[in-house]
Design a protein around this ligand. Sequence first.
Ligand SMILES: [Zn+2]
Length: 1038
Amino acid sequence: MSQQGYVATPPYSQSQPGIGGFSAGFGPPNSSVHYGHYGDPSSSYSAPQPGVSKSTVPFGSSAPVGPPPPGAHQFSQTNFQNGPSTPGQQPHRFQGPPPPSNTGPSYPHFSHQSQPAYPNTASTSPTAQVANQLNSMQINSYGPGTTPSSRVSSGHPSSFQGPQLPPPTQQQIALPPGSQVPPPANSVNGLCAQPSLPPMARQDGISGPVPPNPNLQQLSGQPPGPGYHPQQANYGPQMAGSQLSYPGAFPGGPAQLTGPQQKKLDPDSIPSPIQVIENDKASRGGQIYATNTRGQIPPLVTTDSVIQDQGHASPRYIRCTAYCFPSSSDMAKQARIPLAAVIQPFAIVPPNEAPLFVVNHGENGPIRCNRCKAYMCPFMLFIEGGRRYQCGFCNCINDVPPFFFQHLDHIGRRVDHYERPELSLGSYEYVATLDYCRNNKPPKPPAYIFMIDVSYRNINSGLVKLICDELKTLLDKLPREEQEESSAIRVGFVTYNKVLHFFNVKSSLAQPQMMVVSDVGEVFVPLLDGFLVNFQESRSVVINLLDQIPEMFADTNESETIFAPVIQAGMEALKAAECAGKLFIFHSSLPTAEAPGKLRNRDDKKLLNTEKEKTLFQPQVNSYEALARDCVANGCCVNLFLFPNQYMDVASMGLVTMYTGGTLYKYNNFQLDADSPQFLSDLRNNIEKKTGFDAIMRVRTSTGFRATDFFGAVYMNNTTDVEMAAVDCDKAVTVEFKHDDKLNEDSGALIQCAVLYTSISGQRRLRIHNIGLNCSSQLADVYKTCETDALINFFAKSAFKAILSQPLKTVREILVNQTAHMLACYRKNCASPSAVSQLILPDAMKVLPVYMNCLLKSCVLVGRPEIPTDERAYQRQLVMSMGVADTQLFFYPQLLPIHSLDLKSDTIPAAVRCSEERLSDGGAFLLANGLSMFLWLGVSAPPDLIQGLFNVPSFAHISTEATSLPDLDNPFSKKVKSILEHIQSQKPYTMKLIIVKQREQTEMLFRQFLVEDKSIYGGASYVDFLCCVHKEICQLLS
Ligand SMILES: [Zn+2]
């Protein structure tokens, strides 16, 4: 075995058993947890050595060599097709040799014309109902002075700066350097105060909202503004010490006002997220994207295309912050672009794309590199006539096992290349052998345990009856393998208040039996036989039980509840049954009963904006961490449905859910009539979700870099193994990489993600995703391949993790600093020379500032007394497990004008930018961010529109109590409803529809989502933030 070329660095230098050694563990933890960029803000940037930075910067030397530009990819290399992609194809079989070489014709062509633009999603319920969220948001507290019509920028003269359409690779906007920071506007503290423009950069005003203006080219030749000192560029060494005016301005920081008059940038002159989304849709939408080239940039996550696996994992499974990594660690430090992959290993693929093939080598098991334990994949190079292969990850030469031997063809490729998914596909599955099972025993099918809080409030509100009634039909919809007639998943039932009640629902019983466990300090499971049953076999007993439960506790006056013992009981039950599974817990109050995990109300608004604010996001007792660890160790995933009417300490109660890969749901002030549809839809979706159980993920890389940090609904026992009691289709893990050596530009940067899990039928499997990225010693190549949506996903998760240990102010400062730094590095090293008064953004990052500002303004990072602590903890937890599509929508909501729908077209109208000035009195707009959905109606909305949607004669007649639109027999209503369904169908959470009338009180809630405007909670407007970032960049460059 040759070991040449292998550069061993911890933790890969240890020959650990890897996933294959599941039962034996994964080796000891060998380093402490990293906190990414947030370890220490002052040291997080490793400044280049003084005097060295110039010479290491490839100034202006970048001859672009990276991957093909978007749009110029995929179809030139035709000759392979991996398996059929026809809908309805038998999914889990690799269909022998491929048809003769061609790519296009054999795939169903995807187009908006060939299928309904809004798939009929029977599985999603009509969207939701009006919220009591209003109460929880306490919108009353904003006082009478705030009127929704106060448009921030319309009263000011606007100054057009910079071109609307960027040159091919970068966006240039002329902004004043060194702008002075005026005081924050009156009572609303801007995160970023509005800068003044120096006289020479000012244009005479264009007032009011301005339409997009194409005549904006004149500023590219602007003379440098004051403060431009090109000779003093000393970028590197001064970086770390640069002062940030941005965070200091929050709240109410010191300010200097100079300059006679404030002028504003026109919003149409700065990069528009909508333009970027629409341009990508226009150039790549509806096309086939074949993953046949290393380092190619996929379509944006907002663009619909048909993905064809030709050797690299689909972007549905893996998206990266950059598709070309810097070749050295010095370069990476210089640019400070996070190198990360967002991995959604169980992502749903649409029916017109091929499902994963399953490879079964029988008792031989998966083929793995002897040294690094990477699985056989397209990155392995066969040599010596096919008798050996060189591992693409560690370069080790391995013997090909005899059963796997095959000859090579004239170009050195195995003749069975296209017949084996593991040789030709980016993603596939292996059937695992007993070595990969707990205790070397085949796993049992998973179980679902339903655990219902039957305290007074839940009984009284009708929630318990609602749940029981729903379960009677839901249990017929438990997930099953496609070839199986019924689900293998077993079910069990527990109710609780201060004590636990287990139910025996064995099929032979005439009546269910209840067993009470009142010793909640040391929970045990009172029965094994008859607790977990097959629903089909025990149907009559289970139905009987579900009928009886609401009656059984109808007279309860018990209001205290336990919580940790409930999770403990469910976990012990799964453990006793030797299976993995999910708990579904329905809970309504702070668990104050005397028991482990007892919580007190520790909410304290006085902690906001103090060093101690972070404690609000930490669990208040340690026992939940230990419980989470036990749950993960036993494959127990906790799904939690919370129904709070006051503080419930989501940070503590949600912790086990977070660590076990479960999903957290929260329904504030749950009202049966108004909120049932949303809750039941969420419950149904969760029960039916594709899920992998008892999962463990390992990310391997080629030499020169490695995974250093993991963000998600995961548990880490050591630094390499990502444990998940369960992982479902919506959960994504964001993995950060760091260099430990130079990367080889020829061989690129290769990543293999392997998830070992138990399927819904109880089969132990490995799901493998492979992706290859390019490497370059030219910074320009790196900037060209960045993906802003993935960057924001990374920044959001790393920031939301960091707030557990650092003051929020520090975290916000780091985000701003890093944004400026990334852009300054581009400006210095990649952009063509120009006046410093121009803000120059790399094309791939031109909407980074607006998205970053949205993240900075999120209620998680900005504490305000009006925002409930639980809401912040809840949103924090949700974002931690989101994939790229979900974070994109969450931070930059979709705002659709529906007053101008083209009823003849199947397409969804193009969104508009999230700013009040895009609204119109005569319009109607739909806004969605994945958690909330609003229908906003202007005061002058045409009566026929109102009649068509609501069946009432005028604006005044519209009831904002409604939680859904009525079913009306007219094309306009049908179209709007189909758009609602379409938006909902792609999201893991059911959104409640809130109807908002312009100038009424609920509009305050809606306005929070107009993320380009100055926030009522104090966040900067996009324009102001951009000016602020520009100022930072100028400081870095001077
Ligand atoms: Zn290897």
